[in-house]
Design a protein around this ligand. Sequence first.
Ligand SMILES: Nc1ncnc2c1ncn2[C@@H]1O[C@H](COP(=O)(O)OP(=O)(O)OP(=O)(O)O)[C@@H](O)[C@H]1O
Length: 360
Amino acid sequence: MAKQLINLENINVSFDQAGNTVQAVKDASLQVEQGEIYGVVGYSGAGKSTLVRVINLLQLPTSGKVEINGEVLFEKKDGVTKQIGTKELREKRRNIGMIFQHFNLLEEKTVIRNVEFALKHSKKKEKEVTAQALKLLKLVGLEDRKDFYPAQLSGGQQQRVAIARALANDPDILISDEATSALDPKSTTQILDLLKRLNKELGLTIVLITHQMEAVKQVADKIAVMSSGEIIERGELVDVFTHPQKELTKELIGTQGELKKAIHLLDKDAIQRLNHEEWELAHLTYTGTNVVDPIAAKLYKDFDVEVSIIFGNVDELRGTPVGTLFVTLKGAKDNREKAIAYLKKAGVDVEEYSSREVIA
Ligand SMILES: Nc1ncnc2c1ncn2[C@@H]1O[C@H](COP(=O)(O)OP(=O)(O)OP(=O)(O)O)[C@@H](O)[C@H]1O
């Protein structure tokens, strides 16, 4: 089993905002294993940044436990606080690189000086510092821009510099706080590809905060969904996307919008002529690409259930094709039940909407 690198237990964070207490994080626990890319998603204000800033104690929790690589950095329980010393914390923080939406580069310094700046506390000689900075710029594909100033680079290139700088002290963990949110789609993909490569080549553990579901779809192994300070759902990326439990998760991943589209596309005149008991709308989700035709034929042949496809789509989740299909199922109720039981057994996730719900 992989080693648990980050362990946040029962974290609470509250702020005082003009005399009112805002609870930004509520009893949140998050465990990240070494080598994982863990996405934390949710709308603005959900508490993502606050929770993740707790990892390196840039944000002190009101209560809870912060354990990194088996070492407790902070624990406050029953009014008793334990916290590592300032000097030790400074060292620990070097093991956790951070990148942000705004690249936070020093504008008056060249690219290489920006990276070297992160090594100013190291005991390395000047020559070694420069060699290390060059190595990092090579890693992010920017060695030929080493003497440029940040303003002479595109957003994507500036984020690469920020990544090189974040990796200067050879950290085990990289926290990415909305790092692709200010970039165009092409640069976003390039940065995500770079993060994936660093994860693979360096074994870097990455915590990725984002409101962009496309970003987690491309790179995350696991995701946690946050709402009003709480983690409301979590799991393997493909599981959460194919079996979302909470309404918010469905909304974030677009299932709700797809359902509306399916209802809009239904041939309501034709369908309203049918008895309510004779049909339903079903949302099928499956991994793999080629199950559609055989399923339709099989349901008709074996269960006397007629399948009409309203629309379908194949998406890719971290390289795994995931098909989604909205269909109407027509036939006797018990036949439909048997057909659905068959689909579920075949690994297809089925969400049913009764004809009354759809027509309402
Ligand atoms: N330093 C602070 N002082 C007071 N309130 C704060 C502070 N930092 C965050 N908050 C509040 O805590 C809540 C959660 O904010 P947080 O930035 O963690 O959310 P988020 O999910 O990361 O959203 P965003 O992407 O917009 O930053 C918000 O209500 C915010 O106003």
